[in-house]
Design a protein around this ligand. Structure first.
Ligand SMILES: [Ca+2]
Ligand SMILES: [Ca+2]
Length: 332
């Protein structure tokens, strides 16, 4: 027993001295390894030597990043852009396939993300990649990827989220994300991009990625906080993706996956609903205008009728009548 412990201790010392490489640890333990935890073939690229690129994100950059995220989320809500979704709320993992390896995958209600009922539990791991479960979807160039991940432990490399095409086993896809054994989330893209904070086991984390297929760069958010912008696609030659893998690298690991939501960048936005007919503005019953009481017109005192008026005419006619009568009388 002591000898075994001593061998492991020496192996761990070698591991520490060589930069925490699982390859070094595995080599020290004489275990066969095909690829490292970052999916690099042994000898092709020494893991851990690329350096960890940490973001220095200012408050203003975070504010702008938050706006970009809100816009991406809003566009993703358009139905025709939804390329792949699975929240497991139907209580099954139909559509997911098991790759080779010793993994199991099943739906569980023991834990679920974002207040939902079910998630997918994946167990297993044997220092190999692309085991576990995977699902396919129509080939597309997604502009937005969203997933919730929960590792059962820290200190081991688990809970992989890798999106790519049918050559993912050799090109490692465009996004290669996992819970790193150093206790941070990591996107490996030739260089390692680590999360700003150490993660906690048995805790859900919402990962969102905005992909720019023109520049072939990824902006990566955790729980709405930008971790890194401008992470290069892991596989720069990939022109479209059609599958997502969920698995563990470390031995006998457990992790949960939930709320997958991918939306495409090129699909048209949802057909807008017909322009609504303007609701006629109801005729407002006019308030009757109060007619002001007219100031009574003062009737002017009538001017005295001049002598040439009707009374004068009567007198004139009377005089003419008398003249005629007098003249008639004289003729008699
Ligand atoms: Ca769910
Ligand atoms: Ca299902």
């Amino acid at each position: 027993m002591g000898r075994v412990v001593g061998m492991v201790s020496i192996a761990c010392l070698v591991w520490v001295l060589t930069g925490f490489s699982e390859v070094a640890l595995a080599d020290a333990l004489n275990e066969p390894v095909v690829m490292t935890q970052d999916g690099c073939f042994v000898g092709a690229e020494a893991p851990g030597t690329g350096g960890v690129v940490m973001a220095s994100v200012s408050v203003s950059e975070q504010a702008e990043a938050w706006d970009r995220l809100q816009e991406a989320r809003g566009q993703a809500m358009s139905g025709s852009r939804q390329m792949f979704t699975d929240d497991f709320e139907d209580g099954n993992i139909d559509g997911w396939m098991l790759a080779s390896g010793d993994h199991t995958a099943s739906v569980t209600s023991a834990t679920a993300a974002n207040g939902t009922m079910y998630s997918m539990e994946v167990t297993g791991g044997a220092n190999y990649h692309y085991t576990g479960a995977y699902a396919t979807f129509p080939s597309c160039t997604p502009s937005y990827l969203s997933v919730w991940l929960q590792p059962a432990a820290i200190g081991v490399s688990t809970t992989y989220f890798v999106v790519g095409d049918s050559s993912i086993g050799t090109n490692n896809g465009v996004v290669f994300l996992y819970a790193h054994d150093g206790g941070v989330w990591r996107i490996y893209s030739g260089s390692a991009y680590s999360s700003l904070n150490v993660y906690t086991a048995n805790t859900w984390y919402h990962h969102e990625m905005i992909l720019d297929w023109n520049t072939r760069l990824v902006d990566w958010y955790i729980d709405g906080v930008l971790q890194h912008s401008g992470i290069p696609f892991r596989s720069p030659s990939t022109t479209a993706v059609d599958r997502v893998h969920a698995y563990h690298y470390a031995y006998s690991s457990t992790g949960w996956f939930d709320e997958y939501y991918f939306s495409d960048s090129t699909a048209p936005t949802a057909t807008p609903s017909a322009t609504p007919t303007d609701t006629p503005i109801p005729t407002v019953t006019p308030t009757p205008t109060v007619v002001p009481t007219e100031t009574p017109v003062i009737t002017p005192t009538p001017a005295p009728v001049p002598a040439t008026g009707p009374a004068g005419l009567g007198l004139l006619l009377g005089a003419v009548g008398m003249v005629l009568a007098l003249s008639f009388y004289r003729r008699r």
